[in-house]
Write a protein that binds this ligand. Structure first.
Ligand code: 6PG
Length: 477
C-alpha cells in the first residue's frame, strides 16, 4: 500500500478541501476524524482522488510516511489540545504536527514548548481563504522552528494561492508568529468588513440607494484596475457586490434585506484588540469593528431604544454621483488606516515576542488567497520592501500623498453621516487615527495636569527635563 505524504485530522469542510487541494497537487493524503460518518463520506465522495479516510487513529498513524506530517484542521481551543493529547504518545521523535486552525498565539507558544520537550516538531499556521481558498489556494502563514517548516514547505508552496506565479506562503517566524499574523489578518478583516458595512449604511439609509444600485456601485469599485491609484479592487468589495445582487428565493426580496442584523464573532478580531491594548498599540478601527459587532447583537434593546431615542432623519440633497465618488475615496483611505494599524501592531509584536517579522513578505502573501486580498497590498508590499523599518504606512511617500488627497472625502462622508444620525464608528475612527497621528501637539498636556492635580502623578515639561508636581489645591490637613 502507498504510504501517505501527509495526514489531516478533522474532516470538516476546511479539512476536506485542503486534503483535496493537496491530492490535486500530487500528494497522497490520509484523513482522520473522530466522527466515523465523516470518514465514510470522505471515502465515498473522494476515494478515487489519492486520498484515504482512516477509520481509526491507529490506521491513520500506520499509513503515514515517516517522519509523519499531520495537519490538524479542528476548531481552535480544547479540540486542538484533545487531538494533541491523543497523538503525542503515538508519534515518534522527528514527526511534525501542524495546527491549521485559528488558535490564539499564546496557546500555540504553549503547545510548541510542550511538544518540543518531547522531540516533536510543531507548526502553528494561519490558513485564510475559507472553503474555496482551502480547495483552490489559500494564503498560508506558518510559524515555528525553521527545521519544522522545511518538512512541510514543498506541500504548502504547492497548495497555496499564486500571485504572479509566487506562492502565497512564507515562513513567518518562531513560536506563535504564524497565528499572531493570522490574528492580525482577521483584525484587519473585521475593520474592512465594518468599513464596507458603514459605506452600505450611508449609501442606503443616507442616500436611498437600492441593493441593485449598490451592486452597481460596488461592482464598479471592484472593477477599477488594480494599478489605478486608490483602487478598491479586493475580494471583500467583490463579494459585497455579489451579495447585493442576490435575490431571496422565498420572498423575492434582495436577500441582504431579509438577513437579521446581528453579527457573530468567533474571537480573532477581539484578540487583536486585546493584544493591541496590552502592547500599547493603537488599533481604533479594528476596535470599532469589534464593538460594532457587539452593539449589533443587542437587537432587542436597539429595537426598543429606536422607539425612545429619536434622531435626525437622513436626507441628502446634494450631488449623488459626487458623494458616491467621495465615499469611494473615503473607503480607500479608511481601509488604508486599518492596514496601517494592523502593520503597526505587527511591529510592536515582532519586538515584544521576538518574531522578527518581514512586513513586506507578509503583505506579499496577503495579495492572494486570503479574505483581505486587495490591490492595495501590492503597494504595501512595495512600501515595506523599500523601507523595512517604516514605522507607519501613512508615512510612506505614496501613501501619504494618497491620504492627503482623500482626507477631504473622508471628512465629508463622516460629517454627513454624523449630522444625519448614521453610525460610522469605523470610518470616523480611521479619520481620528489620521488626525491624531498627524497632530504634533495633542491635548494630553491637560490629561497630565489633571492626573497631577488629583493624584500627584507628576508631569514633564516641554521646556526642561525632569518630572514635576504642582500644588494645585490647598490641602487643609
Ligand atoms: C479567513 C477567515 C476565517 C474565518 C474567520 C471568521 O481568513 O479565512 O478569517 O478564518 O472566516 O475566523 O471569523 P468570525 O467568525 O470571528 O467573523
Amino acid at each position: 500500500m502507498d504510504r501517505a505524504d501527509i495526514g489531516i485530522v478533522g474532516l470538516g469542510v476546511m479539512g476536506q478541501m485542503l486534503a483535496l487541494n493537496m491530492a490535486r497537487n500530487g500528494y497522497r493524503v490520509a484523513g482522520y476524524d473522530v466522527n466515523a460518518d465523516k470518514v465514510a463520506q470522505f471515502n465515498q465522495n473522494y476515494g478515487e482522488r489519492n486520498v484515504i479516510g482512516c477509520a481509526n487513529q491507529d490506521a491513520f498513524i500506520e499509513v503515514l510516511q515517516i517522519p509523519r506530517r499531520i495537519m490538524m484542521m479542528v476548531p481552535a481551543g480544547q479540540a486542538v489540545d484533545a487531538v494533541i493529547a491523543s497523538l503525542k504518545d503515538v508519534l515518534e521523535k522527528g514527526d511534525l504536527l501542524i495546527d491549521g486552525g485559528n488558535s490564539h498565539f499564546s496557546d500555540t507558544e504553549r503547545r510548541a514548548q510542550m511538544l518540543a520537550d518531547i522531540g516533536l516538531h510543531f507548526i502553528g499556521t494561519g490558513v485564510s481563504g475559507g472553503e474555496y481558498g482551502a480547495l483552490w489556494g489559500p494564503s498560508i502563514m506558518p510559524g515555528g522552528p525553521q527545521e519544522a517548516w522545511h518538512l512541510v514547505k514543498p506541500i504548502f508552496e504547492a497548495v497555496a494561492a499564486k500571485v504572479n506565479d509566487e506562492p502565497c506562503v512564507t515562513y513567518i517566524g518562531p513560536g506563535g508568529a504564524g497565528h499572531y499574523v493570522k490574528m492580525v489578518h482577521n483584525g484587519i478583516e473585521y475593520a474592512v468588513m465594518q468599513l464596507i458595512a458603514e459605506a452600505y449604511d450611508v449609501l442606503s439609509r443616507g442616500l436611498g440607494l437600492s441593493p441593485a444600485q449598490l451592486h452597481e456601485v460596488f461592482d464598479t469599485w471592484n472593477e477599477s484596475a488594480a494599478e489605478d491609484e486608490g483602487s478598491l479592487a479586493s475580494y471583500l468589495v467583490e463579494i459585497t457586490a455579489d451579495i447585493f445582487a442576490k435575490v431571496d428565493d422565498e420572498t423575492g426580496k434582495p436577500l441582504v434585506a431579509v438577513i437579521l442584523d446581528e453579527a457573530k464573532q468567533k474571537g480573532t478580531g477581539k484578540w487583536t484588540s486585546q493584544d493591541a491594548l496590552d502592547l500599547g498599540g493603537a488599533t481604533p478601527t479594528i476596535n470599532a469593528a469589534v464593538e460594532a459587532r457587539i452593539i449589533s447583537a443587542y437587537k432587542e434593546e436597539r429595537v426598543k431604544a429606536s422607539e425612545v431615542l429619536a434622531g435626525p432623519t437622513p436626507a441628502y440633497d446634494g450631488d449623488r454621483p459626487l458623494f458616491i465618488e467621495a465615499m469611494r475615496d473615503a473607503l480607500f483611505m479608511a481601509n488604508l488606516c486599518a492596514y496601517a494599524q494592523g502593520f503597526a501592531l505587527l511591529r510592536l509584536a515582532s519586538a515584544e515576542y521576538g518574531y522578527d517579522l518581514d512586513y513586506s513578505e507578509i503583505a506579499k502573501i496577503w495579495r492572494g488567497g486570503c479574505i483581505i486580498r486587495a490591490a492595495i497590498l501590492e503597494d504595501i508590499h512595495a512600501a515595506f520592501a523599500a523601507d523595512p523599518d517604516l514605522t507607519n504606512l501613512l508615512l510612506d511617500e505614496t501613501f501619504s500623498a494618497m491620504v492627503m488627497a482623500r482626507q477631504g472625502a473622508l471628512r465629508r462622508v463622516v460629517g454627513y453621516a454624523t449630522a444625519n444620525g448614521i453610525p460610522v464608528p469605523a470610518l470616523s475612527s480611521a479619520l481620528a487615527y489620521f488626525d491624531g497621528y498627524r497632530s504634533a501637539r495633542l491635548p494630553a498636556n491637560l490629561t497630565q495636569a489633571q492626573r497631577d492635580y488629583f493624584g500627584a502623578h507628576t508631569y514633564r515639561r516641554i521646556d526642561r527635563e525632569g518630572s514635576f508636581h504642582t500644588g494645585w489645591q490647598e490641602l487643609e490637613a
